[in-house]
Design a protein around this ligand. Structure first.
Ligand SMILES: *[C@@H]1O[C@H](CO)[C@@H](O)[C@H](O)[C@H]1NC(C)=O
Ligand SMILES: *[C@@H]1O[C@H](CO)[C@@H](O)[C@H](O)[C@H]1NC(C)=O
Ligand SMILES: *[C@@H]1O[C@H](CO)[C@@H](O)[C@H](O)[C@H]1NC(C)=O
Ligand SMILES: *[C@@H]1O[C@H](CO)[C@@H](O)[C@H](O)[C@H]1NC(C)=O
Length: 334
């Protein structure tokens, strides 16, 4: 696997101001990463960012030095995380967004396994995250621009992804497809891949009012809850009771998953009863229960289901993941 670009997803100050649940908002604000309330970050190097940064300077300083990596399309998922960062950061001029979208469009291909996007420029692997991010970026861009190309991309990519064998029989997404000609599902069923896809489904519902997309999203969340949780909280398979086997990327996955469930509720505007909202709050509550509080700062581990030796307690990835879950929970009623 490549070194995944240190990805960021920006979190708008508005989201914090609009919080409904003060308990989780307060926890987010006193988290170590809450010292940078404008930015929801996944990797260490954002520490170069100062407290008073605006979104534009946050984004620019985070990406400074990464342009070559991005513009040469080393990884099409990373390019699209950057697009999302710009969109979440409120870049209304859309110039950087469009530039990186154009780079990602080189990943689109119909000859290999019938459609979808390649993961990187080697063109040897199609995976879930790259395609799910394409759903998300196409969704936001259609919402902003009403350019029908983006709606068509959203529709085409979802139709392909849903029918692909990486959408496994247990209702969850595998990491990707084999390149042996059979296009079989392969790899770990990571938590984040069950969350990021929900943005595309929320927007498909918003754009069409077809409730089929809600049902598909509820089913994915139901399958996630029944398959990828321990003690009712998310658990990736790299988390064991004896040692932390997750790398820095993997430590962020659960927070990303929870953050995107909250985006689904925000965009789609509808829950199945309170399943998703309860799920989001349960993740944040478990994290709070396992947090190490020191003075006015809380430090979070990467494992949500229990505090213990599998925790990467205090890693930047764990803090960012925690912040994702806390902010998601802060937007729920409590
Ligand atoms: C719509 O978006 C596509 C892809 O970015 C672009 O090629 C096309 O020019 C846009 N159409 C309009 C009318 O702006
Ligand atoms: C998606 O594509 C299908 C098949 O071309 C079409 O019937 C449907 O109307 C499209 N939906 C949207 C939302 O564009
Ligand atoms: C909605 O939630 C109920 C209760 O949790 C569950 O049994 C049902 O399967 C869910 N519906 C869908 C469409 O996922
Ligand atoms: C679930 O949580 C309980 C209570 O915190 C803990 O004792 C138990 O070890 C956890 N389960 C696992 C599998 O870690």
């Amino acid at each position: 696997m490549s070194l995944i670009l240190p990805l960021i997803v920006l979190l708008s100050t508005t989201a914090l101001v609009d919080a409904a649940c003060q308990k989780h908002l307060t926890a987010a604000q006193i988290s170590e990463r809450g010292k940078h309330p404008a930015v929801f970050v996944f990797f260490e190097w954002v520490d170069v960012v100062g407290d008073d940064s605006t979104y534009a300077t946050v984004i620019d300083s985070v990406f400074n030095g990464q342009e070559t990596y991005l513009t040469t399309a080393q990884s099409f998922d990373d390019v699209q995380w950057v697009v999302l960062a710009y969109l979440f950061g409120g870049n209304t001029q859309l110039d950087s967004t469009t530039m990186y979208c154009d780079i990602a469009s080189a990943a689109v291909d119909s000859s290999y396994c019938g459609g979808g996007l390649f993961w990187n420029r080697q063109h040897q692997y199609k995976n879930a995250i790259t395609n799910e991010l394409h759903l998300a970026t196409s969704s936001y861009l259609y919402d902003y621009t009403q350019n029908a190309t983006y709606l068509n991309n959203l529709n085409t990519t979802w139709t392909w992804l849903k029918a692909s064998q990486m959408f496994a029989s247990n209702g969850l997404f595998d990491d990707g497809l084999t390149n042996d000609g059979t296009c079989s599902g392969t790899g770990t069923q990571w938590t984040y891949n069950q969350g990021v896809v929900l943005v595309g489904l929320a927007y498909l519902y918003k754009f069409t009012q077809d409730e089929q997309y809600l049902t598909e999203a509820y089913d994915i969340v139901d399958a996630t809850i029944s398959t990828l949780t321990t003690n009712e909280t998310l658990r990736d398979s790299c988390e064991t009771n004896t040692a932390n086997q997750c790398n820095a990327n993997e430590e962020t996955f659960k927070g990303i998953a929870v953050f995107f469930v909250a985006r689904f509720l925000e965009i789609g505007g509808t829950d199945n009863g309170s399943t998703m909202s309860d799920f989001i709050k349960a993740q944040a509550d478990s994290m709070l229960a396992n947090a190490v509080v020191s003075g006015s700062t809380s430090t979070y581990g990467s494992a949500l289901y229990a505090a213990g030796s599998s925790d990467a307690a205090g890693s930047a990835s764990a803090q960012s993941s925690a912040l994702g879950a806390l902010v998601a929970a802060a937007q729920q009623s409590c």
